[in-house]
Every structure is written in structure tokens, then in C-alpha cells.
Design a protein around this ligand. Structure first.
Ligand code: ARG
Length: 283
């Protein structure tokens, strides 16, 4: 099976980035997802009620959902680097970000913004990007990042929640839901993660998931979170996986507790000065 994340050097090619639904041989339990499709329900999850995760973002190309994201501050959205690879002065206008919506088909709760700049992690094989919006979003409480070395949040066996509009059916035909979904997944030990992805440098990732419960294509860039008290900690970013929800192939998530990763962020694109509206100061 092929690793579905775009690798370094492969340009994003805006507009034709395929979701490359890999066919999966291993069986997972079948269930109706309420759309006349049979398959594991994100995979193995449930629908999210409106307003539950206001910080959730949809990174869109030509107004169509492409990747997940999350609000870090009023002008910053976290996503995966592979979601915004290949953005340049010519195509950047096709990219937009919505924050606050639950159904992709209606604008309820949604604030749409253009993009002003992109910073991407520069560590080898890392997949983190920060998108600067062209104007602040209003009235939405952003996520909190874990403090450096917050190991307790990453303890194997503990549950985290991954959220997204990604494929819900890894078994037969890909199905991209209109309503945001969530699934609780167990955090996997770094040893097990390294064995599952022995051909990857996993030093900026952790793994989570179990057979039947996983993120999938279209969830990339979105948050995996843990709620501690009233606070939502975003511990990772959906990045890649070998198929979806297969046994022995958990999802791989960008580890947001690594100072070295956050420190490596570097500007890869910025809106030319003559196109800027002047609404937001740089960063
Ligand atoms: N690379 C995918 C995307 O661009 C995300 C894949 C996640 N896969 C997984 N098995 N968790 O949407």
C-alpha cells in the first residue's frame, strides 16, 4: 500500500490534488453512515453538532474543501504543509480558509478569509504550516498548544479526538461528508509508530488510531485534540497514514509539543506588497 501523504518535492498542483483513495484489503466492521453508504464511519466516528468546535477550519481551493485546519489566533490557522504546498502569487487567490462552520454546504457560523502568508516547518520530513489570514476572524476562541514537552498529553493508550470532513469510507467508495465528524482514537507508543512507518523519519510525528477508527483523506491539516477542563489542547495535525483505519497502520500526526518544530517555521509565501489591503500587520 502506498503512503498517501504528498512527499517533499511533489508540488501541490492546486486544483488537481487528488485524494488518492487507496483500496484497502483488511476488513473493518461495516455500519451505515446515514448516507446510504455501507462502511466504517473521519473513519469510525460520529457527526459533530453545530458550534461544538468553532476553531475548526476548512482550507479550500476554489471554494471547495481540501484540508482541515484550526485557529491558533485571530489571524493564524494551523494546517499541514502538504495542504498548502505549491502556493504562489498566481494561484494564492484560489485559496481561502473558513473558520467556524460545521456543514460545508451552508455558511452558518462560517467566516471566510483569504490568505496573506504561509510559513512551513523546515525540519526534514516535517509537515506543519501556519497560514496568516488576510483579516482577523472575530469572536472565536482559538486552540491552545501544548507546553513544550507536555508528555502527559501523549501517553500511549490515552484517548484523543480527531475532527474533520475527510473520507468516511475506506472500504468501498470514498465518501466526503458535508457535516463535520469526530472520532476518539487511542494514542500509540512511539515504538509502535516507528514500526508502522519504518520508512519514515517519525521524529516530528506521533501516531494515534486503532483498526476501524482513524482520520483519512481530506482530514489532513485538521486538529487532533484533548480537552482538559475547559481548555482544548491541540496535540497534533493530521498528516498521513498507510490506508485508513487498518490494523497496524495508525494515523500519523504532526507533534505540536516540539519547540524545535515550531521554531523551524519559515516563510514560504507572502502576498506581494502591492496586493495587500493593509488590514493586518505581518504576523
Ligand atoms: N494525507 C491525507 C490528507 O491529505 C490524510 C491521511 C490521514 N490518513 C490516516 N490514515 N490517518 O487528507
Amino acid at each position: 500500500m502506498s503512503i498517501s501523504r504528498k512527499r517533499k518535492g511533489q508540488a501541490l498542483a492546486l486544483g488537481i490534488l487528488g485524494f488518492g483513495a487507496g483500496l484497502i484489503a483488511a476488513g473493518t466492521s461495516a455500519a451505515s453512515d446515514g448516507h446510504g453508504q455501507v462502511g466504517p464511519l473521519i473513519i469510525g466516528g460520529t457527526e459533530v453538532p453545530r458550534g461544538k468546535y468553532p476553531f475548526m477550519a476548512s482550507v479550500q481551493i476554489d471554494g471547495k474543501h481540501r484540508c482541515g485546519g484550526s485557529l491558533l489566533s485571530s489571524t493564524l490557522v494551523i494546517t499541514a504543509a502538504h495542504c498548502v504546498e505549491g502556493v504562489n502569487d498566481k494561484n494564492a487567490h484560489r485559496l481561502s480558509v473558513t473558520v467556524g462552520q460545521t456543514l460545508l454546504s451552508d455558511g452558518i457560523g462560517s467566516q471566510r478569509r483569504g490568505i496573506r502568508a504561509i510559513d512551513a516547518s523546515t525540519l526534514d520530513d516535517s509537515d506543519l504550516a501556519l497560514v496568516t489570514l488576510d483579516a482577523p476572524v472575530e469572536g472565536i476562541v482559538p486552540v491552545t498548544l501544548p507546553t513544550a514537552g507536555a508528555d502527559a498529553l501523549y501517553r500511549p493508550g490515552q484517548m484523543a479526538t480527531v475532527i474533520g470532513w475527510g473520507n468516511t469510507d475506506s472500504q468501498s467508495f470514498p465518501y466526503y461528508p458535508d457535516r463535520l465528524r469526530e472520532v476518539d482514537v487511542p494514542i500509540v507508543s512511539m515504538d509502535e509508530c516507528a514500526i508502522s512507518y519504518s520508512d519514515h523519519d517519525m521524529s516530528t510525528y506521533f501516531c494515534a488510531g486503532v483498526r476501524g477508527k482513524d482520520s483519512c483523506q481530506g482530514d489532513s491539516g485538521g486538529p487532533i485534540i484533548r480537552a482538559i477542563g475547559a481548555r482544548v489542547y491541540q496535540i497534533g495535525v493530521v498528516s498521513f497514514g498507510d490506508g485508513c483505519a487498518d490494523q497496524g497502520a495508525p494515523g500519523a500526526y504532526v507533534n505540536l509539543s516540539l519547540p524545535s518544530l515550531l521554531d523551524s517555521l519559515d516563510r514560504v509565501w507572502e502576498k506581494p506588497a502591492d496586493q495587500q489591503t493593509g488590514a493586518v500587520a505581518r504576523r
